[in-house]
Design a binder for this molecule. Structure first.
Ligand code: GDP
Ligand code: GDP
Length: 437
């Protein structure tokens, strides 16, 4: 089920990142601190009252008080808002309304997205008369909160859930694979899509009835059906609409949230950049099967080792995603783009593998015997029993004496054993630990 995207906007120092941390904080991932995944504050999964959403902080956009927001920055905020399902517009309740506040408000009113006006830094709820000035922004009632103290943020989140689009029914089609084509601007995503379209029978269809201008492209290869999800942002090519690298990530988030398999497109000339790591990292964290496509391979001078060396670089730089097959393509000439859908078939199938419980437990027993978990002080991890909890991504539940005794490196070892025995090519694997006495 696709997660909605909630974007936080506001000028500097109103408390956007404090609010961001307040909302996402307290979420404890089961296996945290995975090495190699580039973390930044830009976006994070959050949950409130059982509803999951992706929170985006535009803090990196500097809405300075220059009288008028610099055109380029305003454009970026607009692009971020356009990809959003809802907006938290944060103002500082202790400060005067500024020209920038008014300008952002005007932009938000034009954009027609649900907006909550959040008046931050309210620590005294018996005196909120001064908030009345914020009605002037034309965005309804200001919601007083203190992000720093966590006051009233629960009410604010209740109101956020009320304005989010209703949860869509799970997209029931099982005979089609939903693919997100993700990557930085200019790596060749739309060229790749066009190349795929050139080869296969294509039905381009707009998704009706959604607040966003999503365009899904259906294509068929033999008996197989595919959907390239959320290609609107990729195919919409006017120059002023180009997001900066940082904000192009938001488009990738939306597409990843809706896909089963991601094509992570890299530029062969530029190699693996920090931004590539973020984008690929998001697909990984969301548990999506992935194929890495190194595009513009025609521009690289090659000898027999070039592809091998490039693959090594990818394995090192995208170390969290060593499971993903790597293809070298030229979307321009069409070279090897024919392999792309084959690879998608493979990783989609692998992400749905199920292992019989008996076989799984035999494998775990073997792995434990072969390489017992190291003791920590006087205690040693025990794994009593394992079962597969789900597919896409394959998820394994380990019943253990004490989850605290599990090391990331030992999970990696178990994961490698599973991959050696069963493949799971192109798909992340997840583990959950449950305590059992
Ligand atoms: P951003 O630039 O909008 O991301 O703002 P920050 O989250 O970095 O916060 C700017 C400043 O406001 C910091 O010094 C915060 O400690 C402070 N601040 C944030 N939220 C609150 C709040 O609810 N109450 C008070 N009193 N200060 C806050
Ligand atoms: P997007 O922003 O990721 O959708 O990238 P585009 O598909 O618009 O491609 C950006 C630029 O790279 C365009 O000028 C393309 O013609 C060029 N391009 C895309 N794929 C290739 C390729 O495989 N080889 C070469 N030489 N150029 C390419």
């Amino acid at each position: 089920m696709p997660k909605p995207i909630v974007v936080i906007v506001g000028r500097p120092n109103v408390g956007k990142s404090t609010l961001f941390n307040r909302i996402v904080g307290g979420r404890v991932a089961i296996v945290e601190n995975e090495p190699g995944v580039t973390r930044d504050r830009l976006y994070q999964d959050a949950e409130w009252a059982g509803r999951a959403f992706t929170l985006v902080d535009t803090g990196g956009l500097d809405l300075r008080e220059t009288g008028e927001i610099a055109g380029g920055v305003r454009r970026q905020v607009e692009l971020a808002v356009r990809e959003a399902d809802a907006v938290l517009f944060v103002v500082d309740a202790r400060a005067e309304l500024t020209a920038t506040d008014r300008e952002v408000a005007a932009m938000l009113r034009r954009n027609n997205k649900p907006v909550l006006l959040v008046a931050n830094k309210v620590e005294n709820f018996s005196r909120t008369e001064h908030l009345a000035v914020f009605y002037e922004l034309g965005l309804g009632e200001p919601i007083p909160v203190s992000a720093a103290e966590g006051l009233n943020t629960g009410d604010m989140l209740d109101r956020l859930l009320a304005v989010l689009p209703p949860e869509e029914a799970a997209e029931a089609q099982t005979d089609q694979i939903r693919i997100a084509v993700i990557g930085r601007p200019n790596v060749g995503k739309s060229s790749l899509i066009n190349s795929l379209l050139g080869e296969e029978r294509v039905i381009v269809s707009d998704v009706p009835g959604t607040t966003r201008d999503a365009v899904d492209i259906h294509l068929q290869r033999g008996e197989k059906h595919y959907v390239l999800v959320d290609t609107a942002g990729i195919r919409r090519k006017s120059r002023i609409d180009q997001p900066t690298e940082k904000f192009s990530v938001i488009r990738s988030l939306r597409a990843v949230n809706r896909c089963e398999a991601a094509l992570v497109v890299l530029d062969a000339v530029e190699g693996v950049t920090e931004q590539d790591k973020r984008i690929a990292g998001y697909a990984h964290e969301q548990g999506k099967a992935a194929v890495i496509v190194v595009n513009k391979w025609d521009l690289v001078e090659k000898d027999t080792h070039t592809a091998g060396r490039f693959t090594e670089t990818i394995r090192r730089e995208l170390g969290f995603m060593t499971y993903a097959p790597v293809l070298f393509t030229s979307a321009l000439t069409g070279k090897r783009t024919g392999r792309v859908l084959e690879a998608v078939d493979l990783v989609a199938e692998q992400s749905h593998l199920r292992i019989a419980t008996a076989n799984l437990n035999a494998l775990i027993r073997e792995a434990l015997l072969h390489n017992p978990p190291p003791a920590q002080k006087t205690r040693r991890l025990k794994i009593f029993y394992a079962t597969q909890g789900g597919v896409n991504p394959p998820t394994f539940i380990l019943f253990v004496n004490d989850p605290e005794l599990m090391h990331f490196s030992y999970l990696r070892y178990l994961e490698n054993q599973l991959r050696q025995a069963y493949g799971f090519e192109g798909t992340p694997i997840r583990f959950f630990l449950r305590r059992r006495k």
